[in-house]
Design a protein around this ligand. Structure first.
Ligand SMILES: N[C@@H](CCC(=O)N[C@@H](CS)C(=O)NCC(=O)O)C(=O)O
Length: 135
């Protein structure tokens, strides 16, 4: 697996992108970050995540894996040499996924909408808005 190149489509300051980065770092995988501009999405992003057209997307050996939670699952299984992210016990494993989903729905979405609101306020100050083009 290590021989195939690993790339991650991201925008900075995205908690979802950060989750994928942390997974790659925890497994010691070498990867390249490709920064997207979400107000002018690249062909690569549109083709590699045609369903949601969102970052992050992991590109590995010609395959594209969208959605941060699925990227974490993929990274865990594709690089089994380092400690596993998830417990083996079925109940503990199910609960890990439950809390991952909870964090997405209750915490990440709140963080993202707060940032969007902040950006909306900054749009009245174009110089500041340009420097914060993240979502
Ligand atoms: N459920 C997705 C959420 C990803 C997401 O919302 N990404 C945002 C940036 S933080 C995005 O790409 N937004 C672009 C859009 O909505 O068009 C995941 O876990 O990866």
């Amino acid at each position: 697996m290590e021989t195939d190149s690993v790339k991650l489509l991201i925008v900075r300051a995205s908690p979802y992108a950060m989750r994928a980065i942390l997974a790659l770092e925890a497994k010691g995988v070498k990867y390249e970050l490709i920064e997207e501009n979400l107000s002018a999405k690249s062909q690569l992003l549109l083709e590699s995540n045609p369903v949601y057209k969102k970052i992050p997307v992991l590109l590995h050996g010609g395959k594209a894996i969208p959605e941060s939670l699925f990227i974490v699952l993929y990274v865990d299984e594709a690089w089994p040499e380092r400690a596993a992210f998830f417990p083996k016990d079925p109940y503990a494993r199910a609960m890990t996924h439950f809390w991952g989903d909870f964090i997405d729905k209750k915490i990440f979405q709140l963080a993202v909408s707060t940032m969007k609101t902040k950006l909306g306020i900054l749009i009245k100050k174009p110089a500041l808005a340009n420097s914060m083009k993240i979502f």
